[in-house]
Design a protein around this ligand. Sequence first.
Ligand code: CAA
Length: 261
Amino acid sequence: MEFITYEQEGFVGIVTINRPKALNALNSQVLEELQETFQAIDLEATRAVILTGAGEKSFVAGADIGEMSTLTKKEGEAFGKKGNDVFRMIETFPIPVIAAINGFALGGGCEISMSCDIRICSENAVFGQPEVGLGITPGFGGTQRLARLVGPGMAKQMIYGARNIKADEAYRIGLVNAVYSQEELMMEAKKLAAGIAKNAPIAVRACKKAINDGLEAKMEDAIVIEEKLFGSCFETEDQKYGMAFFLDKNKDKVKEPFQNK
Ligand code: CAA
């Protein structure tokens, strides 16, 4: 891999987009390497993933403008599909993905962060969908996910005006869950990931699926999705252990890690 690094720290996988010369912009090769990296993650051994960018300036400065500049209509649509396929894979990845946004998150950078489950950022982060200033629409899900996350009015204002916002505004409108100093960001992302990894993995995955699938369904159908996933947790070793641990009145017992079984 030229542009992606992967590290495993206990139950947590850390995926870093590493193309600093172009502020981690997403060209076709970066997208392909991202896909391969996620596909290779060991889902038995990993309970949460952190996605970040290399360096202290940029998370991802968007799709690669040089690569896009000469595309035909057909190639443009295919490039959009390429990004959308990778981002949808991240969005529906069985385990939670946390975006640790360490700087510019513009265009495709904002879009990839929105395909993650949770976004936290550093104080120097800048978010935006500047595409209309380049003569295109957002193409990796921005028109859809931004409107769903912050509401259509705010999304339209940001997208039509190609208006970038800073970390504090991103926090205020609910685009990110928290803002930290650059030094604290990865430590806080790891804490967040560890807090997820200590819980029963089958249940956490079922929660992700219930929330994601339910948001795309009518409430009548959404609650049935939940019922089925709720039911699927019973008879697992982790459900038996988690409930037995609660019911055991011995105060000196120590909770063991869940087994993912
Ligand atoms: N694509 C290709 N190269 C990029 C890039 C991008 N999106 N963003 C930055 N770079 C490159 C620059 O061309 C420059 O390369 P050289 O050193 O070879 O000239 C290098 O990264 C450093 O960038 P700057 O010199 O511009 O750095 P800066 O600090 O002055 O500005 C910035 C930083 C404000 C992020 C500026 O680089 C910028 O505006 N980048 C483009 C942001 C953008 O418009 N993103 C949206 C792309 S469209 C998209 O993403 C479509 C979609 O939805 C699929």
